[in-house]
Design a protein around this ligand. Structure first.
Ligand code: PMP
Length: 290
């Protein structure tokens, strides 16, 4: 699904065939989840293939590496150029791009000595497979911000995401709504969340979330469309039964939620401000303007 015999990747300074690349079994990243990564999308647009918010994603990658003390020397401009080259070598237009920074062999619990950059991509045109998601409040909490750098996109953090997402699926739901250590809504396993009440959008304030680039784009769209939006802390009770809600992320784009803990969101999706945001987002990524 992710690669075949012809797929080209970028690894540690060179373009090469994915099937010829290998990973060092003694690397610090494999043993301890000590890696940083990104998830980026490219779209086929009227102006050719465009990587959406490439600069923002690569600046976050650099910041994640910095926060984790992982050496990393590429600029956002270099990374963007390499990514366009990678897409072209593979003949991809609508694709998902996964930059990954891993560390050299080191079994000690000290900072990374050397790092390797991989750029992987695969063709992918639609967001989440489920259209209107049934979600449940998870019993798993997000990582404690005093134990992790939660604003960094770190491999090891996603063990928590796997536990929460799989638990929700095992219980018959599409996704998990994960709370912070104070019982406030944080985000899902891999996306940010908004809910709508009386034409106003609410989203968890920063603290225990990965502050997404899509979340930031939603703020920009709301400003453009005059939709009021508020960052705040709230409990799942305040969100349950609201007019509408959605997850947002690079992969998810804007995906409507059907219900939280089996309580449906009240309004028809078609009658909500959230749907206007969804439509504006889809226009933005393809046309690069609202
Ligand atoms: N939260 C988590 C935990 C995520 O993994 C993601 C996806 N990167 C997001 C939020 C959304 O971030 P973005 O909009 O930057 O893709």
């Amino acid at each position: 699904m992710y690669y075949n015999n012809d797929t080209v990747i970028y690894f540690d300074g060179n373009f090469m065939k994915a099937k010829e690349a290998g990973m060092d079994l003694y690397g610090q990243s494999l043993h301890y989840g000590y890696s940083v990564f990104e998830g980026i999308k490219s779209y086929s647009t009227a102006h050719g293939t465009k990587i959406f918010k490439a600069k923002e994603h690569y600046e976050r990658l650099k910041r994640s590496a910095e926060l984790m003390h992982i050496p990393f020397h590429y600029s956002a401009e270099q990374l963007t150029e390499l990514t366009y080259e990678l897409l072209e070598l593979n003949g991809f237009t609508d694709a998902y791009i996964r930059p990954l920074v891993t560390c050299s062999p080191n079994m000690s619990l000290s900072k990374g000595k050397e790092s390797y950059l991989s750029l992987l991509a695969w063709e992918w045109s639609n967001g989440y497979l489920v259209d209107k998601m049934k979600i449940m409040t998870s019993g798993f909490q997000r990582p404690n911000p005093k134990a992790f750098k939660v604003e960094a996109k770190v491999g090891g953090h996603y063990v928590n995401s796997i536990l929460a997402c799989q638990d929700a699926k095992d219980k018959g739901y599409d996704e998990a709504l994960v709370l912070d250590e104070n019982g406030n809504v944080a985000e899902s396993s891999g996306a940010n969340v908004f809910y709508e009440k009386e034409g106003m959008l609410f989203t968890p304030a920063k603290g225990s979330i990965l502050p997404g680039i899509t979340r930031q784009t939603v703020f920009e769209i709301c400003r453009e469309l005059n939709i009021p939006v508020k960052e705040t802390f709230f409990k799942p009770e305040e969100m349950r039964g609201a007019d509408a809600a959605f997850f947002c992320g690079t992969a998810a784009e804007i995906v409507a939620l059907d219900s939280l803990d089996d309580v449906p969101f009240a309004k028809n999706w078609e009658d909500t401000a959230s749907q206007k945001v969804q439509q504006a987002y889809l226009r933005l990524v393809r046309v690069l303007s609202l």
